[in-house]
Design a binder for this molecule. Sequence first.
Ligand SMILES: Nc1ncnc2c1ncn2[C@@H]1O[C@H](COP(=O)(O)OP(=O)(O)OP(=O)(O)O)[C@@H](O)[C@H]1O
Ligand SMILES: CC(C)(CO)[C@@H](O)C(=O)NCCC(=O)O
Length: 247
Amino acid sequence: MYCLAVDSGNSFLKWAFFKNGRKLALNTVCNRELHQLDTDWRSLRQPDTIIVSHVSGHDIQIQLAQLFKIWNIQPYWIEPLPKQCGVINNYTDPKQLGSDRWAALIASWNKFHESCLVVNVGTAQTIDVLSRDGVFLGGIIVPGPYTLKNSIQFATQINLKNDNYCYQNFPTNTTDAIYSGIIDALVGSIERTMRLFQQYQGYSIKHCLISGGGHAELLPHLEFKYTVIENLVLDGMLLIAQDTERT
Ligand SMILES: Nc1ncnc2c1ncn2[C@@H]1O[C@H](COP(=O)(O)OP(=O)(O)OP(=O)(O)O)[C@@H](O)[C@H]1O
Ligand SMILES: CC(C)(CO)[C@@H](O)C(=O)NCCC(=O)O
């Protein structure tokens, strides 16, 4: 089976082309340059399935629907279900959950079958909690590193011209103060979720999975065991596509 999986995020679109579960091609395109996909996708053979996780704007959804007309196939736009591929969705309204978060949770559960913290560092950073029984207990959404940096520039008179910055425990200049604050906010929110899990579930999280375009910045500051999985959302989307084929 040939499957085109498309993860349409708030700033970037990631796509992969799979043959019988094996990735043959993988790419990232900035949302402002989606027209490039026409050339990239025309070089692929016709997929049997097109699966899409779309969390960005309506205009991009329309652009994608137009691009998919290269082939005569109805794409499957993921809608999180109350239960799928072994994961139980605890969101009050399961469909309200971002389809990218749902796919990442499904990929995580199917890799480990254990409790997981699923962290995606993108335009937004999400930290989602999966119990050892495969129940998605809930999770938080915080602005990602790029969004935090933009918001501080927008809301204050600070002009971040200098891109020479580093992390300091007790920063002594403005750029380091902002960069270190962003890292502390993002890493701190992960550590706190871990602590809350232990406190309320009575056991520690077994695996912490980290993914998303901004994950590399956080790694030097993580003081716990973690696993980086580059394209967790795309991996989960393939599982959803296979599950949807079976039913
Ligand atoms: N112009 C840009 N806009 C947004 N993020 C950028 C930009 N340039 C670099 N980045 C980095 O890329 C990361 C975006 O990663 P990713 O591709 O996973 O995001 P996304 O899928 O668009 O976001 P989300 O999953 O939150 O919708 C940000 O965390 C940031 O560090
Ligand atoms: C949180 C983001 C922006 C992360 O990409 C996305 O999953 C989304 O738009 N979610 C919808 C809201 C929610 O998940 O509760």
